[in-house]
Design a protein. Structure first.
Length: 326
């Protein structure tokens, strides 16, 4: 199935425009260039199948049942994540929620002529949106799994896009195509890989899921080399973990005997993940309550002089917690 023989093209266009209208109504895609990308890039070509019902049911574009084919197409344009690859019962790749992708791409703040490195190829849909906005030559996407990169490359070609797709360890970036003006990750980090900073131009922006939030870092040259610093966005974000060189494993931190009304609170869980290994759950809860239940944007991350740490309000203030390094 390619862009010229796509028998779903007409029905998909209607579904796609409805999806875009929904995203715009939610406050995203104010940038006309990104709106055009979402209106024109056919998401269904990137998810010829996906899993529902906890991975026990697969919806497929070639299903002989027309009812299930129609369900597959509708689902491809619903504003939700789609599980695209499951191995041994574990989700290892997905197509992210389109409205979250739209917010992330707008927050990336790309400009014409800039080069972007994407960490986590997934289905290839995000790389296609970037290629639509910047051109194929400006976009490089990296993933550790050769099956994922091969399918992403195939999906991209079917949709008419040809960015550079690399099989490799995303924590090491891809220096051959740098330097980059922007790096965007579509997988959750447990620390910020130092090679990314070295492959950026001064002033570059890095946007990545971290804990259950999105960290936006600005890369700069300092007295002792490259450093990066920035705050979390307000938006919650849940992605599969970055696979590669091990840092702290991405997982749900223990809550101990913290009362359920706190342990299930989204903002407290964010702080708990961010401070794991530095604060036990009760210490984290005490600080969180004392600081009036801080929102994500009060937190930030600094990467400097071979160290990196998370912080509340001030990178040099009293509330800071070391992060692992890669």
């Amino acid at each position: 199935m390619d862009a010229h023989t796509d028998r779903f093209a007409v029905a998909a266009a209607e579904e796609r425009w409805a999806m875009v209208r929904s995203i715009v109504a939610g406050g995203a895609l104010g940038d006309p260039d990104w709106r055009a990308a979402f209106e024109e890039v056919p998401r269904h070509l990137f998810v010829p199948y996906y899993f529902v019902a906890g991975g026990y049911d697969r919806l497929w574009c070639e299903d002989p049942d027309p009812v299930r084919r129609a369900r597959w197409l509708r689902g491809a344009y619903q504003d939700g994540p789609l599980a695209t690859r499951i191995k041994d019962g574990e989700l290892i790749s997905s197509s992210s929620q389109p409205s979250l992708m739209a917010r992330m791409l707008e927050e990336l703040d790309v400009q014409d002529g800039q080069r972007v490195l994407e960490i986590g190829a997934g289905s290839g849909y995000n790389a296609a949106l970037l290629s639509h906005r910047l051109g194929d030559d400006a976009v490089t996407t990296v993933d550790l799994d050769p099956e994922i990169t091969e399918s992403a490359r195939r999906h991209l070609a079917a949709a008419g896009y040809h960015p550079t797709v690399i099989t490799g360890d995303g924590t090491r970036g891809w220096p051959r195509r740098g330097p980059y003006d922007r790096i965007i990750a579509t997988c959750t980090l447990s620390c910020v890989p130092q090679p990314w900073l070295e492959q950026c131009v001064p002033g570059a922006r890095i946007l990545a899921p971290f804990a259950t939030g999105l960290i936006a870092l600005r890369v700069q040259d300092g007295a002792h080399g490259r450093y990066a610093e920035g705050r979390f966005l307000h938006t919650a974000a849940y992605f599969v973990p970055l696979r590669g060189t091990p840092g702290r494993a991405a997982r749900r931190p223990p809550t101990g005997t913290v009362p359920r009304r706190f342990s299930e609170n989204d903002l407290f869980r964010f702080m708990l993940e961010l401070t794991e290994g530095s604060l036990d759950p009760h210490e984290a809860l005490s600080l969180w309550r004392r600081e009036q239940r801080p929102e994500r944007e009060r937190f930030g991350i600094t990467v400097r002089d071979g160290r990196q740490w998370a912080w509340l309000d001030d990178p040099e203030g009293p509330y800071a917690w070391p992060l692992p390094t890669v």
